[in-house]
Design a binder for this molecule. Structure first.
Ligand code: FES
Ligand code: FES
Length: 162
């Protein structure tokens, strides 16, 4: 298989990789870079488990060619923790029992982060809309929605006191 060079930013760091032409970002993250936070579910764009943030917007890494990420900024779950501390979204998911089996959780958190980066004060409907492409088979969604709203509140508070 032809290898192609790809230079991109991954979780804030410059990354230079050779990837198989036609391979997905999901495969590059998990199989090449060992970043297993990005979950592989359906591989066909329907479950949302593989959601990452590319240049600020949530994208399905199973439908994204790795070579198309050249020059872009990619954020995965591993990019959220700073100095070992959980991101407020991770904290809120943990405290609000918003993760059960946890398979959907990374995708949910990244879809939510992208929303909160764009809209720090989302309504409940905004949150529902933002995670509408992410399927959860365990929680019934309410704990997830509540956790995202809790994290939004905490982030707003942190910004005010900064
Ligand atoms: S693995 Fe990408 S949407 Fe399901
Ligand atoms: S917590 Fe199991 S799929 Fe969402």
């Amino acid at each position: 298989m032809t290898k192609v060079p790809v230079q991109f930013t991954l979780n804030g760091r410059e990354q230079n990789e050779f990837v198989d032409s036609g391979s997905t970002l999901l495969a590059a993250l998990r199989d090449k870079l060992g970043l297993y936070g990005t979950k592989a579910g359906c591989h066909q764009g329907t479950c949302g488990a593989c959601t990452v943030i590319i240049d600020g917007s949530p994208q399905l890494s199973c439908l994204t060619l790795a070579e198309r990420c050249a020059g872009k900024s990619v954020t995965t779950l591993e990019g959220l923790t700073g100095n070992g501390a959980l991101h407020p979204l991770q904290q809120a998911f943990m405290e609000g029992f918003a993760a059960q089996c946890g398979f959907c959780t990374p995708g949910m958190i990244l879809a939510a982060k992208s929303l909160l980066d764009r809209n720090p004060s989302p309504s409940r409907d905004d949150v529902i809309d933002a995670i509408s492409g992410n399927i959860c088979r365990c929680t019934g969604y309410d704990p997830i929605i509540n956790a995202i709203l809790t994290a939004a509140e905490q982030l707003r508070g942190a910004r005010k006191s900064a």
